[in-house]
Design a binder for this molecule. Sequence first.
Ligand code: ZN
Ligand code: ZN
Length: 267
Amino acid sequence: MFDTHTHCMHSHDSRQDPEELVKYAIEKGLEYIAVTDHYDGELTLLPEFSYIPQIDLDNHFKVISFLKEKYRDKIEVGVGIECGFMREADGIYLENLKKYDTDIIINSVHTIEYEDCYEPSYFAKRTKRQAYYAYLKAVRDSLDVPYHYDSVGHIGYVIRKSTYDDISLDYKDYSDILDDILKTIISKGKALELNSHSEGTGLDFMASPEITKRYKELGGELLTFGSDAHRTNRLCANYDKVCETVKALGFKYLFKYLNHKPVAVKI
Ligand SMILES: [Zn+2]
Ligand SMILES: [Zn+2]
């Protein structure tokens, strides 16, 4: 088992001690764990989010690199980060990420049209189609950033806190833009993330099995698994289920990232 997407207390929404996380991963028998804390550079540009503390990048990369060395005989630790995409924040990530040695960068969309889609107000003022389409448009835009990234985080994230009666984001309703997204991921050599932090979505993981199936049809091969755990108890959550589902779709491998190179892990 391995996990390419986890958080520790370096993220504003986690209190997990990073060394305990790595030790727990060793105990659980993981061969690899990437610690990919939130880097919400986009929020520094939006005054209404100034209450959210920003990550201390120097400390984050120093601590995770230290753990990578300390436990290298027992587990591979990926030094990582999760960037919150917003076009205006491109320069922030471009400038700051090149200062550090990293293994994996996840590019994710959390902010849509300058709003947080965890807030009910995002949905209240939009129809479902407007809300989901704006999200997918942001995901499409996020693929063209000038900074390096390896995987595309949790496609479908907008439904996590969706307030509509029917929250589903079905491939057939958004096939044009989803095909554009998937083809672009493939042509840029990026990975589609299978994120098992999907409580409340009715899905085992995001991108959904349906979208992952389409990715395969279009020729996609690079897949990462990420639990998005913010505490040890969710590490590798649903790993077996995700493997079983993607195996049935015809995939043979998942990928972990070391120094931004995908390394195949047979499933
Ligand atoms: Zn995220
Ligand atoms: Zn995350």
